[in-house]
Design a protein around this ligand. Structure first.
Ligand code: SF4
Length: 409
């Protein structure tokens, strides 16, 4: 990467950022001299995404991580672009293979050691975990993964001693350096529980401008930091499960901050990322960056040192409150403990989010169809009145789940 850094000039960055439509925040970043290293100002280098230390590992990871798996050779140029921008924290999974990363490492000898690579398994069965890891290593053509995580943990009790032992064995064999999990349900409880375990190195968690104000979340993040656990935020845009997500929910506040951020040269998307980085205890944020436009816009936000003001943060918080009933906060233990026939309400909400907010109908349907048929048959007719009364965000659970059964069947 170092050689490529030198050949990637400031002018080239400006040209690419402008072409990608990331120009205004980029201009703000340039105006902020702190964003540029001395050599960059002299034109011999280019700006790089800032780094933060990842928990007790001591590794400096880029504040912006490369999400999206990159499974084909077609991704190579985007990966190269990300590497040039200093994005050194990359995500992959055995399902998608990360073959694009493998091709990148082959094309750029010596680059593997400069990347902090995360891979996932969905399994908590030790033999399957090892199989998934081996498959990823083979796909990428690397001998180790930096951070190996179990995906979608929703109860810390599910991380039992068998898992601790396999994690320790894999570390001993040099196949992984660190171990952890991802969570998008009951995040606060999972984080707080992990802080007490003593063998979790890193956690990838749903965390955004809506959740960061919750007392339980603030305490859980602090506990992890105290325990030396590195934290990565996902679902940074806090996308809504509600059908209005497609068009956005316009409120007085949203109009106010749209004007405000535009005047400062941010997009709302960039402002939401910057809100996460306001918390120094969050080391990085994984963002799906399927094209140069999004990559450059996110990178510009991660380079810019201008902090959001307290008024900016207040507006985001107000907007979160005004649109509370459109957002599922993943507190599954609250609604699912009273859900008829153990219907996984939060999971169905996530499918709806993929459908309405991401506009990814295929992903939404495949997420929904992974639910057992017996459960799917219950979804449209079940009575959710108790769950609705308990939902802290006052979601119209019944209406939304009936909608899911129509749209995603
Ligand atoms: S539906 Fe409500 S209670 Fe259930 S996870 Fe979502 S926000 Fe929490």
């Amino acid at each position: 990467m170092d050689n490529m850094e030198k050949s990637y000039s400031r002018r080239e960055f400006i040209r690419t950022a402008g072409a990608a439509g990331a120009g205004s925040l980029f201009t703000a970043a340039v105006a902020n001299a702190g964003t540029w290293s001395a050599s960059a100002q002299g034109g011999s280098s280019y700006p790089r995404v800032r780094t933060r230390v990842f928990g007790n590992t001591g590794v400096k990871v880029s504040m912006l991580g490369l999400g999206g798996y990159f499974d084909t050779a077609m991704n190579i140029s985007l990966i190269e672009q990300a590497a040039k921008l200093g994005i050194n924290f990359w995500e992959t999974t055995n399902k998608f293979g990360g073959k694009g990363y493998g091709l990148y490492f082959k094309k750029h000898p010596g680059s593997r050691e400069k990347v902090f690579l995360l891979s996932k398994t969905k399994s908590k069965d030790p033999a399957t975990m090892v199989r998934d890891l081996d498959k990823t290593l083979e796909n990428i053509g690397t001998s180790y993964i930096d951070l190996f995580v179990i995906h979608a943990v929703d109860r810390i009790e599910s991380l039992d001693d068998r898992i601790r032992k396999v994690a320790e064995r894999l570390k001993g064999e040099g196949k992984i350096r660190y171990f952890g999990f991802t969570t998008h349900s009951n995040m606060e409880q999972c984080l707080a529980g992990a802080a007490k375990l003593g063998w979790i190195d890193g956690i990838v968690t749903t965390y955004n401008y809506r959740l960061m104000h919750r007392k339980e979340m603030q305490q859980a993040v602090k506990s992890c930091a105290k325990a030396g656990i590195g934290l990565v935020a996902i679902k940074s845009q806090a996308a809504m499960a509600h059908p209005t997500a497609t068009i956005g929910v316009e409120t007085e506040t949203s109009l106010a901050f749209a004007h405000r951020f535009m005047a400062k040269g941010f997009t709302l998307h960039q402002a939401k990322l910057k809100a996460i980085w306001e918390n120094p205890l969050i080391s990085s944020t994984f963002s799906m960056m399927p094209n140069t436009t999004i990559l450059m816009a996110n990178a510009a936000a991660a380079m810019d040192r201008a902090a959001l003001t307290s008024r900016d943060m207040e507006l985001l918080k107000n907007y979160a409150n005004e649109t509370l009933s459109c957002y599922c906060a993943g507190c599954a233990r609250i609604c699912e403990s009273v859900a008829p026939n153990q219907i996984p309400i939060a999971k169905v909400m996530r499918c709806l989010m993929y459908y309405h907010a991401y506009n990814d109908h295929e992903k939404a349907r495949s997420c929904y169809h992974r639910l057992p048929m017996a459960i799917r048959q219950e979804i449209a007719t079940a009575d959710y009145s108790i769950a609705e009364r308990r939902c802290p965000n006052r979601l119209a659970i019944g209406e939304l789940l009936r909608r899911a059964s129509r749209e995603l069947a």
